[in-house]
Ligand binder design. Structure first.
Ligand code: SF4
Length: 381
């Protein structure tokens, strides 16, 4: 069956793309327009603009992250997607906080693979002051002294600013704390803590000067409106890294029977996040292989700028070598150095990546930079 070409849709995607390239923001209604695109031609059109936006703000550099399950299983929370919740029978392993040797070995391996950051992830509700915080800080210091990777942590809810300050003083630059979904949908997957608890944790961490890595999970039964609201909330809280996970349904959890996200829907969601969060590190994380299958090499063309490599917390990923080859084939450069300077420019609305072949960098005023960005955009459109 033929589908009629609707030039107004293509024109609107283009004009929104140009606006983002020029430093403009999308409204909720515009984000929803993009998320509701249905035809594959429109989705590929959207992706081509998301790719331009990624290239404009990020150049050809991509960042890789790995995680270590630093404390596994037996979590007191009831997140319905999670195999580590004590509420569900999943066969997930259980062990206490990771010893120095395996953590150091994981960091050394991550360094060999050009990985930017290694995240220590703990399956518990949160972290308070006490001996466990001392142990976490010790592990962070040891890894930082080794110098192979940036040391990130994901340690759940924090209710005390001293905890955030101690983590920062130990060397934590970036803290992983997903919002997981929209404010509206959050109670559908967790009732033992709230969306507000998560926002408050992010607020305390930011106050201590720690960067935020926060995203969510696609495919839990949320609507496209929820996906849009999640992206807007992440824009509002100022997340620096935005991991997009696709649900990998785990047997024994309440979400075990949920269907996978169709690959084009997954790519469209990544592209929409790039439109809504143009300068953030959009990282494709868990569930990539299961949901995207053969289309996973298109995640960068859809606007992603970072990838989680190596195994996930409780599920396997494909070998790192295959991801590195895919990145090389795409002529992208896995840079291990990342200090977020590209998100801290004096004029964040117009700054683009130094490697990007536009003439923005020779401009002397923001107005001139905008004019040259427009000209460059027109030339490639
Ligand atoms: S808080 Fe984290 S580890 Fe615990 S159940 Fe929820 S997602 Fe799993």
């Amino acid at each position: 069956m033929r589908t009629a070409f609707d030039a107004t849709v293509s024109d609107r995607i283009r004009s929104l793309g140009i606006r983002v390239l020029e430093g403009g923001r999308l409204s909720r209604e515009e984000g929803l327009f993009l998320l509701n695109l249905e035809s594959s031609a429109d989705i590929f059109d959207l992706m081509s603009w998301a790719n331009r936006i990624r290239e404009h703000f990020k150049g050809n550099q991509v960042h890789l992250c790995s995680i270590v399950n630093a404390k596994a299983g037996g979590c007191s929370e009831n997140c319905k997607f999670c195999s580590q919740s004590a509420f569900y029978q999943t066969g997930s392993p259980r062990y206490g906080f990771v010893d120095p040797e395996p953590a150091l070995e994981a960091a050394a391996e991550a360094g060999r693979n050009n990985v930017t950051a290694l995240g220590l992830v703990a399956a518990w509700k949160g972290l308070n002051e006490g001996p466990m915080l001392d142990e976490v800080c010790d592990r962070v210091r040891e890894l930082k002294a080794q110098g192979n990777v940036r040391v990130d942590v994901s340690l759940g809810i924090i209710k005390n600013e001293n905890v955030a300050r101690r983590l920062r003083d130990a060397g934590v630059e970036c803290y992983g704390h997903n919002l997981e979904s929209s404010r509206r949908f959050f109670p559908e997957h967790c009732s033992t803590h709230s969306f507000e608890d998560r926002l408050e944790t992010i607020r305390l961490l930011k106050q201590a000067g720690i960067r935020i890595c926060s995203g969510g999970i696609i495919g839990m039964g949320e609507t496209r409106e929820d996906r849009c609201d999640l992206a807007l909330e992440l824009r509002e809280v100022g997340a620096s890294v935005v991991p997009i996970n696709f649900l990998n349904p785990i047997e024994g959890t309440p979400f075990e029977k949920l269907p996978p996200v169709p690959p084009l829907e997954a790519l469209k969601t990544i592209a929409c996040f790039r439109f809504l969060l143009p300068r953030q590190e959009i990282m494709v994380a868990g569930g990539r292989t299961k949901n995207l299958r053969d289309l996973q090499s298109l995640v960068f063309a859809a606007g992603a700028s970072a990838l989680m490599v190596g195994n996930y917390l409780t599920t396997l990923n494909r070998p790192v070598e295959e991801d590195l080859q895919m990145i090389a084939d795409l002529r992208l450069n896995p840079s291990w150095e990342h200090n977020f300077a590209d998100q801290d420019s004096a004029d964040p609305s117009t700054a683009c990546h130094a490697d990007h072949p536009c003439s923005c960098h020779s401009s002397t005023t923001p107005a001139a930079a905008t004019a040259t960005a427009t000209a460059a955009t027109a030339a490639i459109a």
